[in-house]
Design a protein around this ligand. Structure first.
Ligand code: BYC
Length: 472
């Protein structure tokens, strides 16, 4: 169904045919806008930003580019097209038609997953609230605003499901999504990584590379849901998500390129003297964001995950392309586990290991960006390799959280780990240095801060010196 932009809330779900739902969402809309004004990108209400807006929910031809003031962005409800023949692909309900309504016994489980997903979206906008003040270019400024607007829309996607399918509980949860705030000691966001700060652009690029990529894998698993409206919402969100990860991947790449250029030019590793970010510091930020994002996949052995799968609520990554029985009651899975304070390889029941399996898919995907970044380093003739730390490094969730493990996977005492932590994770001094590079936003078209290379191409075939943001 085409997106109807004539409505107060743009949508492709025929919202006007359900007056009650429409009114409830129209009541939520001003509260969302108040939240955006209070917690969204600071001091930007009047900027004209060259943004893409979805005009169709088809995979191709959905983006329309033009200048928009962010509070006027057409946040709405867009679901991917319905497949009338879709059946549940796994678990006890395998082969049955997908659900268009929430089965009573799955109500609290589904609500919980939708709330957890929905909570991350506004959280990331809150985390990125101040980045515009220090943007390294107009191009980058536009990108963070685009991401913020789309995360706002992803919140709309989950709020629609809560309002449309979960009655009063759903409406209350939708209110709470605007009341919890990232890092708020009294009402924090639900998942750990979304209470961390994103105070500088190196953190932002690492976040969009590593944490948005968790979003890709969680959304892909929820896109397999037997609850069809959730599946269709996530399928459309995934299309938007790709650009966010591209911003992260290319952002880190451009920082690495600039660093390497200065290393060669001045024949030194210590590019701090020349106002850039040394490779060792980049590695530390990478270690932090990767390990924090690994936690987002939950416990390695999870009965929650087994239940989601068995009930048909949350599948595996690309479930239908996997060649097995899609029930998994008799299958095993090999993974790292902790036994007597050591990391050992273990066979476990496949159903209990679904979080870890998804984490494996994620880790494999993360490695691809590192190959690109390392190629840039090698092309500059520099002997240095960025590495993903061991998955047991710096964990707060799951079995490894009880161990102290180095980035190369060595289990050590807490005292030894702490004595070395400053080599592995950003120190206060590293963070202060990176923050010190974040000068006032660079707002002259085509100009870039000293610590980052220009991108190889602009947005929507525009040049890199295009006026991506106009200040009023
Ligand atoms: N922090 O059995 P377990 C995105 C809790 S990112 C705090 O392993 P489960 C985005 C857990 O809730 C994608 N608590 O749980 C990216 C459970 O609590 P209870 C977000 C945690 O359910 C960038 C207990 O520990 N989407 O979209 O198998 C920008 C036992 O754990 C954490 C989703 O996450 C944590 N890290 O797995 C914008 C999808 N991890 O029951 C957006 C929806 C676990 O004991 N969520 N716990 O009270 C899920 O699928 C699952 O909730 C999780 C956890 C995978 C997160």
């Amino acid at each position: 169904m085409a997106i109807d932009y004539s409505q107060r809330i743009p949508n492709n779900v025929d919202l006007s045919s359900d007056r009650r739902l429409q009114r409830a969402l129209e009541n939520w809309q001003p509260r969302f806008l108040d939240w955006w004004k209070d917690m969204g990108p600071d001091g930007t209400l009047n900027f004209d930003v060259y943004l893409r807006t979805a005009i169709s929910a088809e995979a191709n031809g959905w983006a329309n580019f033009g200048y928009v003031k962010m509070p006027d962005y057409r946040w709405g409800i867009f679901l991917a097209a319905q497949d009338a023949n879709r059946t549940i692909a796994y678990g006890d309900n395998k082969g049955k038609p997908v659900w268009q309504e929430v089965p009573g016994e799955l109500r609290s489980t589904l609500r919980r997953l939708i709330v957890t997903q929905g909570d991350t979206e506004p959280a990331s906008v809150e985390q990125q609230r101040l980045l515009g003040k220090t943007a390294p270019s107009l191009y980058d400024l536009r990108n963070v605003f685009q991401i913020n607007c789309e995360e706002g829309r992803h919140l709309w996607a989950m709020v629609y499901l809560l309002h449309a399918y979960f009655g009063r509980d759903g409406r209350e949860e939708a209110e709470m999504l605007l009341e919890r705030h990232s890092g708020d000691p009294d009402k924090p966001r639900i998942l750990g990584a979304f209470n961390e700060k994103t105070p500088d652009w190196l953190s932002f690029f690492m976040f969009t590379y590593f944490t948005d990529r968790d979003g890709k894998y969680q959304l892909a698993s929820l896109a397999e849901s037997g609850f069809d409206p959730l599946s269709r919402s996530c399928r459309f969100m995934l299309i938007e998500e790709a650009h966010h990860m591209y911003v992260g991947e290319s952002g880190v790449q451009r920082i690495v390129e600039r660093t390497c250029q200065l290393m060669k030019e001045h024949k030194t590793d210590d590019v701090r003297a020349f106002g850039a970010i040394d490779l060792a510091t980049i590695q530390k930020y990478l270690n932090f964001h990767f390990s924090v994002s690994l936690d987002l996949f939950g416990q390695e052995a999870s009965t929650n995950a087994a239940n989601y799968y068995t009930m048909g609520v949350k599948g595996r990554y690309l479930e239908t392309r996997i060649d097995d029985d899609h029930v998994l009651t008799d299958s095993a899975f090999e993974m790292d586990a902790v036994e007597d304070g050591r990391i050992v390889r273990k066979q476990v029941p496949a159903l209990a290991a679904l979080n870890e399996r998804l984490r494996n898919d994620y880790v494999e995907d993360c490695a691809k960006g590192l190959r690109l970044w390392n190629k840039a380093i090698a092309d500059a003739g520099i002997a240095f390799e960025l590495k993903l730390p061991h998955r047991a490094f710096n964990r707060r969730i799951g079995a490894f959280s009880e161990l102290h493990v180095s980035p190369d996977g060595k289990v050590m005492s807490e005292a030894d780990w702490k004595a070395n932590a400053s080599k592995w994770l950003p120190t206060d001094e590293d963070r202060a240095y990176v923050t010190s590079l974040m000068g006032p936003a660079v707002i002259e078209p085509g100009k870039f801060a000293n610590w980052i290379a220009p991108p190889s191409r602009g947005i929507n075939n525009q040049s890199t010196d295009f006026e991506y943001v106009r200040f009023n």
